[in-house]
Design a protein around this ligand. Structure first.
Ligand SMILES: Cc1cc2nc3c(=O)[nH]c(=O)nc-3n(C[C@H](O)[C@H](O)[C@H](O)COP(=O)(O)OP(=O)(O)OC[C@H]3O[C@@H](n4cnc5c(N)ncnc54)[C@H](O)[C@@H]3O)c2cc1C
Length: 435
């Protein structure tokens, strides 16, 4: 016996809940299935908790450096990690409950707590139940990738999920992976009071950004006392009593670092290995991501993939935008496409990096004539007044069309200011509109 629905949504990440509600409101009987916590990564162990922790870390940093603004704070600022975690848990709980109540309170949505697995192109097993629907929407997201480091199965290590349970201060946190997630944790824990070492195998941090952006970010983090080991080609781990020894370099001393905690921040992998995609005939790429077309349709009629699992975005807003695209096409007869989306994201260190469009390297690779303008934050009045002048802003323009191709704003409020450029890009207006 199977239960028939008009639509099944697998996963309650950033796209699934909104889509389930939209489908139900359009009169389609919809089941939504979640195996862990409602709200997925962003709500429970991604954006929301990390940004909450970053806020606590910034408060500690401002208190410690308050003298620079003429504010007297007695020496010895302490961070109560249990209180920090409790505050984070409170914010997460509110968000988690908000999504849960939204789903439960929407007529036409059936919320099922189970691991979902395809049994065929239109059939999904969820615990004891077998569900069938003509349309299935996959929003299963991803999880932390554990790299095959020598010795990794012998030492305790943390990822973005287990980090959320930490309520004590690591004496020395080593973070393997110097990209977006690793760097946010690095500055956060340095500001909480830990010694922090970032180990990166590549010659630069966040290698996909332009070199001067990477260099400026490295300077900002090192200025706060974070140790950064680049070109770490001999990464291996072992236990030495209660210490974790991380081998970082084959030649350069020190070749090993002894730490108390190890965080792996070496990328993400899609949650498709236990989804039964083969039974439905859903095509995956080499890395396990679901292959989709410009309208997020898989190769199987009636099955769509949204969010991180389709490899077309790795952010909360890209997943939500996937929902908007699919809902518009499926319910409103529109023909929206993913390629109409301009890449945009932020790195939430302090000061943040706001990014839109392509990098200078990518712009030059297109072969067009590119105008690039850079302004140091030391020349920005607001930054001077706040005494926070680290970073710079760079904007790239197509010399012929005068369209903005991309921007990197590394500086105070860069994550918000980027939208003023993004709006011009979406409006397809020349940069002179806001000159
Ligand atoms: C530490 C960290 C910080 C981040 N910070 C930011 C940020 O500041 N800004 C930003 O834009 N993005 C950030 N991200 C990325 C962001 O969290 C994701 O891009 C976002 O959550 C979108 O994910 P999703 O919708 O694809 O699915 P997810 O949020 O990953 O949710 C997928 C859900 O599907 C469930 N699931 C999986 N398999 C099954 C199955 N077989 N059956 C049933 N349920 C299943 C999972 O349990 C999960 O709840 C961060 C990520 C991390 C890890």
């Amino acid at each position: 016996m199977s239960d028939h629905y008009d639509a099944i949504v697998i996963g309650t990440g950033q796209a699934g809940p909104a889509l389930a509600v939209r489908l139900a409101k359009a009169g389609r009987r919809t089941a939504i299935i979640e195996r862990k916590r409602i709200g997925g990564t962003c709500v429970n162990n991604g954006c929301i908790p990390t940004k909450t922790l970053i806020a606590s870390a910034r408060a500690a940093h401002v208190a410690r450096t308050a003298a620079a603004w003429g504010v007297v704070v007695p020496p010895g600022v302490d961070v109560d990690m249990r209180a920090v975690k409790a505050r984070k848990d409170g914010v997460v709980r509110q968000s988690n409950e908000g999504v849960t109540n939204w789903l439960k309170g929407t007529a036409g949505v059936t919320l099922i707590y189970a691991h979902a697995r395809f049994e065929g192109p239109h059939a999904v097993r969820a615990g004891d139940a077998l569900l069938e629907a003509p349309q299935i929407f996959v929003n299963v997201g991803g999880r932390a990738n554990v790299p095959p480091l020598a010795g990794i199965d012998q030492v305790p290590h943390l990822d973005n999920v287990s980090m959320m349970e930490v309520d004590t201060l690591p004496r020395h946190l080593v973070i393997v992976g110097g990209s977006y997630i690793g760097l946010e944790f690095a500055q956060m824990y340095r500001r909480f009071g830990s010694d922090v070492t970032v180990v990166e195998m590549e010659p630069r941090l966040i290698g996909r950004e332009d070199p001067e952006v990477c260099a400026a970010i490295k300077d900002i983090l090192e200025a706060e006392g974070i140790t950064i080991r680049l070109n770490a080609k001999c990464v291996a781990v072992r236990r030495d009593g209660d210490r974790i020894v991380v081998g970082v370099d084959c030649e350069q001393e020190p070749r090993e670092i002894a730490a108390t905690h190890l965080l792996l921040a070496t990328g993400r992998r899609p949650n498709t290995d236990d989804l039964g995609c083969d039974r439905a005939g859903i095509a995956l790429d080499k890395r396990g991501y679901i292959v989709v077309d410009d309208a997020l349709r898989t190769n199987v009629d009636g099955i769509f993939a949204l969010g991180d699992v389709n490899g077309r975005g790795a952010f909360t807003h890209t997943s939500y935008n996937d929902y908007e695209i699919v809902a518009a096409n499926v319910l409103d007869g529109e023909s929206r496409r993913v390629t109409d989306r301009i890449p945009t994201y932020a790195l939430f260190i302090d000061p943040p990096l706001g990014r839109a469009g392509i990098t200078e390297r990518e712009a030059r690779e297109t072969g067009r004539k590119v105008l690039a303008a850079t302004m140091q934050m030391t020349r920005v009045g607001r930054a001077k007044e706040r005494g926070e002048t680290a970073g710079f802003m760079k904007v790239l323009v197509d010399a012929e069309t005068k369209r903005i191709l991309g921007a990197a704003l590394l500086g105070i409020e860069g994550d918000e200011v980027i939208h003023s450029l993004l709006d011009v890009m979406y409006a397809d207006k020349p940069y002179t509109t806001i000159e």
